[in-house]
Design a protein around this ligand. Structure first.
Ligand code: ME8
Length: 497
C-alpha cells in the first residue's frame, strides 16, 4: 500500500493555539484526509516544541514539566475539537525524542560535523535564533518587536557550510523539493550568500536536552525540534516503522521557518546519511483585519471560538477559500460571514436543498435512470491541484461544479418540464443533478468532512468511514443507482445575519 507521511511544525506552547497555528494543522488535515481517500496509508504528525526557553519563561514560578503537560494537553484537545485526524501527537519532552536527538547528535559528531567554538552575537528569544544587525528595524527584531540579547558563549557548532554545494545541487536537481517557487528562490539566495556554520548548543540554559558527552550544554532548540520528524516514526526504537515512513512526503510549514526546514534540516540529514523529505511547502502568513497577528503582540484569534460559533467545516472552508494557499492573506470574521451566506448558504446549501426537494416532488424521492452528466475534467484538475498543494484551487474547482449545477437547474427548469410532462428530460435532469451532488460530496470530503457526510446521508449513501482503493470506482459517473431512495434532511447552511 502506498504511504503518505505529512507533518506540521511542532508548536511552542507558551500560549494557546492561535488561528495561525490551526491554519497549518488544518491544511495538513485536509491533505491527510485526501490521501486516505486515495486509499493510501497516512501518517499525519503534529505536536509541541517543548525545549524552548520561551516555554520555560511562560511557566513562570510553576514547575516547568507540569506547565508543559498542561499546555500540551490543551493543544491536543484543541486539535481534537477542530476535528483533526493526526495519527501522532509528538512532544519533544518524550523519552523517545530525547533518545533520537542523542543518536542523531552522535551520528553527526562521528562524521566530524560538530566542533567547539565561541560565539558572540545577537539572539532573539522570539525567533529562537541568532539574528544579524541588518535584520533589525530600530534595533528590534521586526517579527517580535523586541531588542535581541547579546550573547557570548562557547558553543558547539554544526558544519552547515560544508553542505552548501550539496544543498545547492540538491535543490537544483529537485525542483519540487521547496514550494512555492518564491520560497525556493529565497532559500537558494540564503544558501548561496548568507549561510554560515550554526551554533547548536547553549551553555547557559538549564532546560532542554543535554549535549551527549558534555551535559553542561543543552542542544539548541531548533536542532532538537527538527529531529521530531524522525523520532515520531521510530528513528530510535522501531526500524520497521522508520523504514516504512521516512522520508516524509511533505513538511508543511509557514514561510517564517523556511530556512530551518530547507537549509539546516536537509544539511543535518545529509550529515546523518538519511534521505531528505520529498517536499517542503511553505504557506504564507495572514493578518487579522489587516493587522499582523502574533502571540507576542497579543492580537490573536482563537480558532476554537471561531469553530464553536460557525462550525469546523465553515472555518476550514473560509480559511482555504479566502486565503490562496502559499500566498499571504487576511482573516476577517465579517468576510467569513459573507462567504458563509454567499458560497455556503446560497450556492452549496441551496443546490442540495433544491435538488432533493425536486426529487421528492417529481420522483417520490427515488433516483431516476442513469443519464450522462457534465463533470468533464473536474476530477483530473482536482487531483492535480491537491497533488501540487493548491488547496484553494481545488475548492475553486468544486465551486465551479456547484455553480454549473445551479445554472443547469435554471436552464432546464424542471418545474416546467413537469408541467409539460417531459418525463424523460425531467428524470435525466434530476439524475444528473443528484449524481453531481454525490461527486461534489466526495470532493468536499477532505475540506468539509461533516458537510460531505451529511450530503452522503441525504443521498441515502453510506458515509466513507474507512477508505480503500475501491473508492476510486466511487468517483466514476453513474455510481448512484436508479431506484435508490433518498433521505432529504435539514438545510445544510441556514442563512446567518
Ligand atoms: O516556529 N499565519 O513554532 P511556532 C499563518 N516551534 N501561519 C501562522 C501564523 C499566521 N499568522 N502564525 C503562526 C515554531 N503560524 C517552531 C517550529 S518545527 C520543527 C519547529 C503557523 O509556535 C505557521 O505554520 O512559532 C508557522 O510556521 C508556525 O505557526 C510557527 O509556530
Amino acid at each position: 500500500m502506498k504511504t503518505f507521511y505529512i507533518t506540521t511544525p511542532i508548536y511552542y506552547i507558551n500560549g494557546k493555539p492561535s488561528i495561525g497555528h490551526a491554519y497549518t494543522a488544518i491544511a495538513a488535515d485536509i491533505l491527510a484526509r485526501y490521501h486516505r481517500m486515495l486509499g493510501e496509508e497516512v501518517m499525519f504528525q503534529t505536536g509541541t516544541d517543548e525545549n524552548s526557553q520561551k516555554n520555560v519563561e511562560a511557566a513562570k514560578e510553576r514547575d516547568v514539566k507540569e506547565y508543559l503537560d498542561e499546555m500540551a494537553a490543551l493543544w491536543e484537545r484543541t486539535f481534537d475539537s477542530l476535528g483533526l485526524t493526526h495519527n501522532r501527537f509528538i512532544r519533544t519532552t518524550e523519552v523517545a525524542h530525547y533518545n533520537s536527538v542523542e543518536k542523531f547528535w552522535k551520528t553527526v559528531e562521528s562524521k566530524g560535523d560538530i566542533y567547539l567554538g565561541s560565539y558572540e552575537g545577537l539572539y532573539c528569544q522570539g525567533c529562537e535564533a541568532f539574528v544579524n544587525e541588518s535584520d533589525l528595524v530600530d534595533d528590534q527584531c521586526p517579527h517580535h518587536k523586541k531588542v535581541p540579547k547579546t550573547i557570548k558563549e562557547n558553543n558547539y557548532f554544526f558544519r552547515l557550510t560544508k553542505y552548501r554545494d550539496d544543498l545547492l545541487a540538491y535543490i537544483d536537481e529537485h525542483p519540487d523539493f521547496i514550494q512555492p517557487e518564491a520560497r525556493r528562490n529565497e532559500v537558494l539566495s540564503y544558501v548561496r550568500n548568507f549561510m554560515t556554520d550554526i551554533s547548536i548548543s547553549r551553555e547557559t540554559m538549564n532546560w532542554g536536552i543535554p549535549v551527549p558527552g558534555d551535559e553542561k550544554h543543552r542542544v539548541y532548540v531548533w536542532f532538537d525540534a527538527l529531529i521530531n520528524y524522525l523520532s515520531g516514526v521510530g528513528y530510535v526504537d522501531d526500524t520497521t516503522a522508520f523504514e516504512k515512513w521516512w522520508p516524509a512526503n511533505l513538511h508543511l510549514v509557514g514561510k517564517d521557518i523556511i530556512k530551518f526546514h530547507c537549509a539546516l534540516w536537509p544539511a543535518m540529514l545529509m550529515s546523518a546519511g538519511l534521505p531528505l523529505p520529498k517536499n517542503v511547502f511553505a504557506h504564507g502568513f495572514f493578518t487579522i483585519d489587516g493587522q499582523k497577528m502574533s502571540k507576542s503582540l497579543g492580537n490573536t484569534v482563537d480558532p476554537v471560538e471561531m469553530a464553536e460559533k460557525y462550525g469546523n467545516d465553515v472555518l476550514r472552508y473560509f480559511l482555504f477559500r479566502e486565503i490562496p494557499f502559499g500566498g499571504d492573506g487576511d482573516f476577517s470574521e465579517a468576510r467569513l460571514v459573507g462567504r458563509y451566506n454567499t458560497d455556503l448558504a446560497n450556492e452549496l446549501g441551496n443546490l442540495v436543498n433544491r435538488v432533493l426537494t425536486m426529487t421528492e416532488k417529481y420522483t417520490n424521492g427515488t433516483v431516476p435512470e442513469v443519464a450522462d452528466g457534465f463533470l468533464a475534467g473536474a476530477w483530473p484538475s482536482y487531483h492535480l491541484a491537491l497533488e501540487e498543494n493548491r488547496l484553494s484551487d481545488a475548492l475553486d474547482i468544486v465551486w465551479g461544479l456547484i455553480r454549473q449545477a445551479n445554472q443547469f437547474i435554471d436552464q432546464q427548469q424542471p418545474w416546467q418540464l413537469a408541467k409539460l410532462e417531459e418525463k424523460k428530460m425531467l428524470n435525466d435532469t434530476l439524475y444528473v443533478l443528484l449524481e453531481t451532488l454525490r461527486h461534489i460530496a466526495w470532493m468536499l470530503y477532505p475540506f468539509m468532512p461533516t458537510t460531505a457526510e451529511k450530503m452522503f446521508v441525504q443521498l441515502g449513501l453510506e458515509t466513507p468511514k474507512e477508505f480503500s482503493q475501491s473508492f476510486e470506482s466511487a468517483w466514476v459517473w453513474g455510481e448512484l443507482k436508479s431506484g435508490h431512495k433518498l433521505a432529504k434532511g435539514e438545510p445544510l447552511f441556514p442563512r446567518k445575519e
